[in-house]
Every structure is written in structure tokens, then in C-alpha cells.
Ligand binder design. Sequence first.
Ligand code: GLU
Length: 438
Amino acid sequence: MTITRFAPSPTGYIHVGNLRTALFNYMIARKSGGEFILRLDDTDPVRSKQEYIDGIMEDLEWLGLTWDRVEKQSDRLERYEEAAQNLRDMDRFYECFETPVELDLKRKKQLNMGKPPVYDRAALALSDAEKAELRKTRDGHWRFKLNLEPIEWTDGILGNRSIDGSAVSDPVLIKADGQFLYTLASVCDDIDYGITNVVRGADHVTNTATQIQIIQALGGKVPDFAHHSLLTGPQGEALSKRLGTLALRDLRAQGIEPMAVLSHMARLGSSEPIELCSSLDELIAGFDIAKFGAAPTKFDVADLGPLTSRYVANLSVDDMAAQLTDMGVPSVMQPDFWDVARENIATRAEVAKWWELCAQGATPLIADEDKEFIATAKTLLPEQPWAADTWKAWTGAVKDATGRKGKGLFMPLRKAMTGMEHGPDMSKLMPLLQKVNF
Ligand code: GLU
């Protein structure tokens, strides 16, 4: 069975960048009838917050990306300790004592000499007595000892990859304060939960190389990895600094529809055109990870606006009934009202503005030179209720009385009735208007 996971650290909200990871893993699981796990990578007790856990779940629910179960790394510290002991027993785990400042100095020296800044394994040469001496003044951290050989995998997006173990620093798996780092926790979880496919951002490629060796050392089965490209801004600029403003909750607050975000994200960066889908099932059916490319993917938040208005315009009156009823639109009027409003709104929330116009009337917009004309038109305005042919009959009568025609006839009447220069077909709008204020 296919088992995937979305593994956010609850140190922030979901943004468009990590949404791709969530969506791809979700679609892979659902497409094959497999399982999708929400895994909270919360081993950092200071930065992980309950409010982010709640926020992540709320955002996934908003999108409809339902998970089969939730796992928390903070519940599994004993398991990680057991794995660490296993690695110690097989001589693949060693204690180091360099401070961050010392490590930084080493890296700078290596770079100055034109060498890659790979950890030099100096700690491996420490005797037991030297280690005991060092422990008196500082706490040790623990590194996994990589085998210095090529680490190879076939990436679902990047193709055949090979990273030489000697080009990568032995990863730190336990910090000096005893905190298990994500790399060890993630590997234990992926093994224990039987994760078959891991999709994540291209910033994890080196992690993958080291994780493959740790999985193998612990006797686990290496999942299929795929690394999607990172998003950039519309001009190719790094998006990382702006991601804070591209949180799903901000998009939601702006009225962006979940299906607009999902449709965009499910195709962006692939060889398939972006199409507005009406359901997750439709998206899943058309999803194929092999269609995605390795090049950085440009993302423009402005693209979500047109997809949202198209999605909203496609909604049926039944889809809208609850919202329209809440706003006070009588059910008999709902079909005609929605027919008028749907093409004239950018977001679902904007429908309220059209109902306000229908129910309260607008503040008329009357130019000085039209005052007399509008006064005449008012005397010719038929009694309510108005019907589909009222606009035609009224404008005909006004035309006969004033001699005006075309735009000079219609525009001042539209502005007086709606307070706007643009808007729906007046013959459709007029029967919905309960009031005019001129
Ligand atoms: N918590 C990690 C992250 O958010 C998970 C990476 C992974 O998918 O393994 O980057």
C-alpha cells in the first residue's frame, strides 16, 4: 500500500511553498487508495506551538486535504533514543564537542583553502580520556558516520541522482542540549510508518542522501523520493522572504477559493496547463508527478484572483443557497439574484455588496448636466414590482420624452440607479432592485 506523509514543523503556518508538498503527497496517497499521514515535526520544544498545529489543521481542512491519522514526533522520543543507541552499537554514531564558533572557524579555513566545508571528523580521533575531559566543560553532540561512497537514488522528479558521501558532513542527529534533530526523527518515522513515497522540496536533496544511509543502517526500506522545485516570485526572485505573506490563511482572508489554490498548485511547474478543476477527485485523476520539472517554478499570487472569480461564477444557486439565505435573500429571488451577481464578483464575499444594492438601493451618481434629465426619468419610472421588460419600457419612454439615446440615455440612468458606471445587465437587475434613492 502507498503511504505518504506531510510533515510540517509547527513553527509557522502553511504557505504556498509547503502547500505543494502537502498536496503532492496527498494526491499520491489518494490516487492509489493509500494512506496520508499528517506528521508534526515538533522536536523543537521552543519553536513548536499548539497554535500552529491548530492552524495547520484548519488550513488543510479548508482545502479539503484530509489526513488518515496524525503523528507527533514529540511523542516518540524513546524510539529515537533507541535508534540512536542502535547506531552507537554499530559504530555509526559518534560524539563531538566542537562549539558552533569552532565549527564556523573550521569551515572558513576550508573555504579559504578552496576545499568544501565538510566536517573533518576530528572528534573520531578523541580518546576516551579526552572525551571525559571535554565533558566536564561542555555537552557533546552526536553525528552519524556516513559511509564515504556514492549515495544513489532515482528521484521521481529529478531523475537519477548521486551524491558522494565524502562531499557531505556527517549529519548531527542529537544536539548538545539533547534534542533529537529532524533527520533522525524523520528516518525513524518513515521506517516505522512504512512510508513508501516522500515528496518534498528541492532544499532537502542533501538530507535525502544522508537519510538513505541512516535508513539502511537501521535496516529500513528506502522510500521513493521526489523533490519538487522551489517556488520563486514572478520575476524569478527568491520567494522565501515573502512566504510569510503568502500563508494560506491570508489568501483565505482575501477571499481566494480553495479550489483556485489547489488547481493552480497541482499543475504549476508541470508540463500540463493550469486548469480550474471543480473537485479534488478531478485534480487527483489528472496528477502525475513525472510531469513536473526540476527548474525553479514561478509563482504569482495574482493568478489566484481570476481562478477564484471563475470558480465562484461557476457555482450553482444551490451551492450559494446557505450564504444567500444568511444575507436575507428570499428564496424565490435567489436564482435570479445569483444569475446577476455571479458574473460581477471577484470573491464569494462580494455577493453581499450586490444584495445591499438590491435591498437598500445605491447612493445615486448624478452629474449636474443630468439633473433635469433624471428628474424627468423619475416621473416616468413605472410602479413596482418591476419585471424583465421594465427597463426597456422605461428607457423607451424616457427616450421619447427627452430625445436622448444610446449612452447618453442609458448611462445616467444606470448611475442614478446603481451608483456605478459598470455592472450587470439593467433589465436583469431592475426586477431585483427593491429601492432606488433618486
Ligand atoms: N519538517 C520538515 C520540513 O518541513 C519535513 C521535511 C520532510 O518532508 O521530510 O521541512
